[in-house]
Write a protein that binds this ligand. Structure first.
Ligand SMILES: Nc1ncnc2c1ncn2[C@@H]1O[C@H](COP(=O)(O)OP(=O)(O)OP(=O)(O)O)[C@@H](O)[C@H]1O
Ligand SMILES: [Mg+2]
Length: 347
């Protein structure tokens, strides 16, 4: 069973002086627009229920104003909910006393911001050790740890530079090193890569994915960008007007968008990079033919391997190398372009 580090349960946030008075109305279905027009209160979040996988990347996406930042700020309780729970390892963050909350924030969570939020008068090294300073870790120990992470994010040699001497991508590497130096279980990343140039942004995604392979942090990552969401997210939740309109794996969302809003989001997606081979394979029939392709391989990669090997047939194997299905090159290619995946190729 997947363990969940963070469970958000029945979470509501209404902004305004009498927020508690309107929870029932919102629970009975009052929309964000209605709440605003009738009562001048803003619906930030409504009935959010999300299990965030321990050691995985949870992506939250949605248009501007949909409630993404409001949600992530509940996790370290920079915002108090109007109703509901945020459980970390079974403990409700929203009910922690001040001391426990301080401990939780300092030791369990680290944030990476869009605008980097580096201290301009501090060097890379001094910025990186900041969290450990606050924790009261000794100087030799904190510098040792900081050096290690500065190295890991590719900034060795820049320890004594100041932020304004670095490019945006490098500054965000410092932001990441600073967060990792804290050694927190939970990384909260609110549009952390959104201010970067497209190529640098993809670089940073790669840095994060490489680190995550060994670190297995519980990461909550907010983005506007579907390609980024699909690349990073073990699980994705899509918000609109404070509501979760769909959650699931990237593939689930791309294959079965819940409504028109999400259909519009996923329309331009490169399906070949998202849909995996199990989705389109037919049951194994007779002796396995052609290339053996591991389950979980995305269609673009399957098509490339088959083309390079001059094969029109392939079979799919599980972790123990047992055949679990068969495909042809034409079904693979159809799956990359078809909006309804296997249903169409099966016809
Ligand atoms: N302190 C506040 N007081 C009143 N309304 C707020 C407050 N903070 C957020 N809101 C409102 O709550 C809603 C959600 O805002 P939030 O900042 O979470 O959106 P977001 O999805 O992060 O948007 P963006 O992509 O622009 O960062 C918006 O309608 C916003 O105006
Ligand atoms: Mg935001």
């Amino acid at each position: 069973m997947v363990s969940h580090a963070i469970e958000v349960r029945n979470l509501y946030k209404i902004f305004g002086p009498r927020s508690a008075d309107y929870v029932d109305a919102v629970k009975s279905g009052m929309s964000k627009a209605e709440l605003n027009q009738k009562h001048g209160h803003v619906l930030g979040l409504s009935d959010i229920n999300i299990s965030m996988p321990a050691g995985g990347i949870m992506v939250v996406m949605g248009l501007s104003g949909s409630g993404k930042s409001t949600l992530i700020r509940h996790i370290n309780r920079l915002i108090d909910p109007t109703a509901g729970e945020v459980l970390y390892d079974g403990v409700d963050v929203c009910r922690m006393n001040e001391k426990d909350l301080r401990q939780f924030r300092r030791h369990k969570t680290a944030m990476v911001f869009q605008k980097f939020a580096l201290l301009p008068h501090r060097t890379v090294l001094e910025n990186t050790v900041y969290g450990l300073e606050v924790q009261g870790v000794q100087s030799a120990e904190r510098e040792k740890r900081a050096h290690q992470w500065i190295d890991r994010v590719g900034l060795a040699g820049f320890e004594n530079h100041y932020p304004n001497q670095l490019s945006g991508g490098m500054q965000q590497r410092v932001g990441l090193a600073r967060a990792l130096t804290n050694d927190a279980d939970i990384l909260l990343m609110d549009e952390a890569f959104s201010a970067l140039d497209p190529l640098i942004r993809v670089d940073m995604q790669t840095v994060l994915l490489d680190l995550q392979k060994e670190l297995k942090k519980t990461i909550v990552f907010i983005t506007h960008d579907l390609d980024e969401a699909l690349r990073l997210g073990d699980k994705i939740a899509i918000l609109r007007d404070g509501l979760v309109v769909q959650q699931g794996t990237g593939q689930e969302i791309v294959l079965n968008p819940a409504d028109e809003y999400i259909t519009a989001f996923v329309k331009e997606v490169n399906r070949g990079r998202v849909v995996n081979i199990e989705t389109i394979m037919s049951p194994p029939a007779g002796e396995p033919e052609g290339l053996a392709i591991p389950r979980g391989t995305v269609l673009e990669s399957v098509a490339r391997q088959m083309t390079e090997a001059h094969q029109t047939k392939a079979h799919v194997v599980d972790e123990a190398n047992r055949p679990i299905g068969a495909v042809t090159l034409s079904t693979v290619i159809a799956g990359m372009v078809s909006p309804i995946g296997h249903e169409q190729t099966a016809a």
